[in-house]
Design a protein around this ligand. Structure first.
Ligand code: SF4
Length: 420
């Protein structure tokens, strides 16, 4: 155990076997967001199966992701994988003229055969521009948390963003995939505060990606975007430090950090945010009755764990037993860590056996975990919440505060009903 320099909260570092989806999973929400993009996984049948099961609930007439299967002869070096890839891409683009941005998504097999997807993307871009831009990023690896796929994707996008003029007025860039409904709510609040130069990364359309430069002030909407943040700073952008917009408190502090950066007067800020705060508090009063005093254990999975724990403790009154996260970005989470109660047990990384032992011993009321662990824990009588659901559901902002809390209250209610 070591002490966290920024907050002095001790962090238990775990290294061992893990149980997490890989970064390919990010395609499920990214393809919904960038509506003219296509994600071509350069991978094996295993990767295709993972995507099918992870996205299994959705039925597509024209899916915007697929897998170029690396066969055994590719793995054995008997075929020219680059030629095959060029053929697959040409066929795909011919069949789907609506595609404007194509991501080649690397996987474990493409890494094993050392297929240089960056070079392939630049070759294919030259062939298919200006209709289609081709980019690449990696979604591979048993070591990556599933949300890292979004980070590697957005980090690959940043060098492609247009340059903002050096003499342009400061503009705000909100970074991280948000549901359109949440984005619209934030946009209305910014407009009411008088902040009108606002852009989002990723944009809903590949042709509307934001410009970036030294006058860009960016704020993270998701806590798992370390590489993207680094790339934005390389282009001169400055981060606005804030907690994440989960719950009423997180949303207010997140908006306040933006308002202060753009010189919004305090009374105008209060006026704009008051109705949202009121709605969130009203919704949460009901949820607090169901969640207060309930004991929460989070196994590392989505990297949303720390902002969620802060929200569930401070606004819903839950007791935090242990909060595990795959990676702890100390700088990006400094404002969140400062809001956790003293003595919170934090762990970084995964050692499945040890963490499950601690979890069972603690007898929590709810465990937040990955899909693979939920069934065995439920079979032992432990109530679980799938962390992946938190990435697919709109949870940020005032109007989603009670819905977010309800995601945790629902399994408890179901269990109570089953007992009756
Ligand atoms: Fe494919 Fe590797 Fe992900 Fe398995 S872990 S689905 S092989 S990228």
């Amino acid at each position: 155990m070591s002490s966290d320099k920024l907050t002095d909260i001790p962090v238990l570092r775990e290294r061992g076997q893990n149980s997490m989806f890989c970064g390919l999973t990010g395609i499920i929400w990214l393809h919904r967001k960038i509506q003219d993009a296509f994600f071509l996984i350069v991978g094996s049948r295993t990767c295709a199966h993972l995507m099918q099961s992870a996205a299994g609930v959705m039925i597509f007439a024209e899916p915007r992701f697929g897998t170029a299967i690396i066969e055994e002869r590719d793995l054995a070096g008997l075929a020219d994988a680059n030629e095959e890839l060029d053929r697959v891409v040409a066929r795909l683009l011919e069949r789907r003229p609506d595609i404007r941005m194509l991501f080649l998504v690397g996987s474990c097999p493409s890494e094993v055969i050392k297929l240089d997807l960056e070079r392939a993307a630049s070759r294919l871009s030259q062939q298919h521009q200006p209709q289609v831009r081709v980019l690449s990023y990696s979604g591979s690896g048993l070591e990556t948390a599933f949300t890292q796929g979004e980070d590697t994707c957005l980090a690959a996008l940043v060098p492609e963003l247009p340059q903002a003029p050096a003499d342009a007025a400061p503009d705000l860039l909100v970074v991280g995939t948000l549901a359109d409904v949440v984005e619209d709510q934030f946009m209305r609040l910014f407009t009411d505060m008088g902040i009108t130069r606002v852009q989002f990364l990723p944009a809903r359309n590949s042709r509307e990606m934001p410009a970036v430069g030294p006058n860009t002030r960016y704020i993270l909407a998701q806590p798992f975007l370390g590489d993207t943040a680094r790339c934005l700073e390389q282009r001169g952008a400055t981060r606005i430090a804030a907690p994440f917009p989960l719950g009423e408190e997180g949303t207010t502090r997140w908006l306040k950090a933006v308002a202060d950066t753009f010189g919004v007067a305090g009374d105008r800020f209060d006026q704009v945010t008051a109705p949202g705060i009121e709605r969130a508090r009203r919704g949460m009063a009901r949820m607090r009755e169901q969640l207060a005093g309930k004991r929460l254990f989070m196994l590392p999975d989505s990297q949303l764990e720390i902002p969620l724990a802060r929200f569930l403790h401070r606004e819903a009154g839950m007791e935090l037993l242990e909060i595990g996260t795959p990676h702890l970005h100390r700088q990006h989470l400094a404002e969140e860590l400062a809001l956790l109660p003293a003595g919170t047990t934090l762990s970084e990384g995964q050692h499945l056996d040890k963490q499950l032992d601690r979890c069972r011993a603690a007898r929590p009321d709810v465990v937040v975990c990955g899909l693979g662990l939920a069934n065995p824990l439920e079979a032992e009588g432990i109530t679980t919440k799938w962390s992946i659901e938190l990435v697919f559901t709109p949870i940020q902002g005032y109007d989603q505060a009670a819905d977010l809390a309800e995601l945790f209250a629902r399994p408890l209610l179901r269990k109570a009903k089953l007992r009756v």
